[in-house]
Design a binder for this molecule. Structure first.
Ligand SMILES: NC(=O)c1ccc[n+]([C@@H]2O[C@H](COP(=O)([O-])OP(=O)(O)OC[C@H]3O[C@@H](n4cnc5c(N)ncnc54)[C@H](O)[C@@H]3O)[C@@H](O)[C@H]2O)c1
Length: 446
């Protein structure tokens, strides 16, 4: 824990400011996944020497070979930085001793009970604290509940004679990366940052200004933590609302997609959200429950969040019912039918299957006795894990569609040739409006 003695307050602030402004600061990123690796690359691009620390030895080895495993970071961008010595990776936290700044980008999943699992943050901070030294800037980026940085993290670093804002600097900055988004990436997504003290905020903002286009300082770590939860709760609840509207429209025989498109013609006061087979990814299905867990402690029930969570959680069941009804209308029982899923990633044109509704749909179809296959250009293999009964390999989309009793569009990847798929299929349940504009009796829309 803080391996050298503090030398006096102002010098740390001034020294670190100088190192950051001159790009001589040694930058560390802990957790080199979808969030951490793009961040490391941006700081290396800005001329900093970056050390990535990850407990996953295969990721460390891959980075040191210059090979990227994150879709948004092409190997062609990573390799020259590794060859120039601007990025290196290690699994050894002893590297912290040589760092001036650390961004922590480790996972924050939910436990089965929907309680936050803080073990990754705690483990990373414990390992950092063993080698930390005065004069460091530490920024937590993992999505979490308001209070994590000051209640959980600060006590792991503060000691008598080692004062936050004087001897070291601590901030929270929410990561807002949208994997697969070609327009907005780490560099041009505005970066919100809030520190424990004004000096911490100033240092955090100064740091990000060196590599990112826009920095938005806020008054505290709690504000910065809450910003992220507001953004993702906003999305989750609006998706829940539109999913409920889709269920209503289905019952009333109204095309929900046409309704949304027409409503979106209103030039003010309406923002379109779209229904689908359910929520997926590491953010929208999870983050709002961090907020509801925390507010429960303050005696407030987060009722919108619970309700939207319930409706969104029903969507895979609704899709499976829809498949069953569509087959029954063609005088086929679901049991024993072949059902082919198009797309298993949680959203279009990415390779991430975490929390993907496709996994629930495969599970539910299997339970009802259907034989399930899938195609996904980004996901060649699905691992058996309790939800998926055994490993599955992707097959050709058109072949799979031709052989199935029912095709289900779960993820509307651009690479699928929907016209040809429709030609070959007997029946298509479209949960994403991927067949917009196609008119055919074979199509059953959400
Ligand atoms: N993926 C997204 O689109 C996204 C967007 C915004 C925010 N976030 C948030 O960012 C955080 C990271 O998400 P991600 O998608 O990058 O996760 P990820 O699983 O892709 O990457 C996390 C990395 O941390 C490593 N790790 C785990 N424990 C560690 C430890 N103790 N020390 C060092 N490394 C450790 C893992 O090996 C992994 O490589 C989460 O809190 C997530 O909610 C993610």
């Amino acid at each position: 824990m803080f391996t050298e003695k503090s030398e006096g307050s102002l010098s740390h602030l001034q020294e670190l400011r100088k190192k950051i402004e001159s790009h001589q600061a040694s930058v560390g990123v802990v957790g080199l996944g979808y969030v951490g690796l793009p961040l490391a690359v941006e700081f290396a691009n800005a001329g900093f020497k970056v050390t990535g620390i990850d407990v996953d030895a295969s990721k460390v080895a891959s980075i040191n070979r210059g090979e990227s495993y994150v879709q948004d970071v092409p190997t062609s961008a990573l390799k020259p930085l590794v060859e120039a010595g601007k990025i290196r990776a290690t699994a050894d936290f002893a590297a912290v001793a040589g760092l001036d700044t650390i961004n922590i980008c480790v996972p924050t999943p939910l436990r089965k009970t929907k309680d936050p699992d803080m073990s990754y943050i705690v483990n990373a901070c414990q390992d950092i604290a063993k080698h930390a030294h005065p004069g460091m800037l530490m920024i937590l980026e993992s999505t979490t509940y308001p209070g994590t940085t000051d209640e959980l993290m600060l006590p792991m670093f503060e000691r008598p004679g080692l004062k936050v804002g004087e001897h070291f600097f601590l901030c929270f900055s929410p990561e807002r990366v949208d994997p697969g988004n070609p327009k907005f990436q780490t560099k041009n997504i505005p970066k919100v940052v809030g520190g424990i003290t004004p000096a911490c905020t100033e240092m955090g903002a100064l740091f990000y200004q060196q590599a990112l286009e826009t920095v938005i300082p806020v008054s505290s770590t709690r504000v910065a933590e809450m910003v992220k939860l507001l953004e993702n709760t906003f999305r989750m609840i609006n998706i829940g609302l539109v999913n409920e509207i889709a269920l209503m429209c289905d019952r009333m025989g109204i095309n929900v997609w046409e309704v949304i498109d027409a409503a979106a013609s209103k030039p003010f006061g309406f923002m379109p959200f779209y229904p689908g087979p359910g929520l997926g990814g590491h953010c929208i299905p999870i983050d709002p429950f961090y907020l509801s867990w925390k507010t429960k402690q303050a005696g407030i029930e987060a009722r919108f969040i619970e309700l939207a969570g319930y409706i969104n959680g029903q969507m895979p069941h609704f899709v499976v019912d829809k498949i069953q009804n569509a087959l029954n209308d063609h005088s086929k029982p679901l049991k024993g039918s072949r059902v082919h899923l198009l797309g298993v990633a949680y959203k279009r044109d990415i390779d991430d299957v975490r929390e993907s509704p496709a996994l629930d749909i495969i599970h539910l179809l299997g339970k009802r006795g259907a034989a399930v296959s899938y195609s996904d250009p980004f996901v060649p293999k699905l691992r058996g894990d309790g939800v998926i009964p055994s490993d599955m390999l992707a097959i050709d989309a058109e072949k799979g569609s031709a052989e199935a009793d029912c095709v289900v569009v779960v993820t509307d990847h651009k690479a699928f040739n929907y016209a040809r798929i429709l030609e070959r299929a007997r029946l298509v349940v479209d949960t994403r409006n991927a067949l917009k504009g196609h008119i055919s009796e074979k199509i059953v829309r959400l």
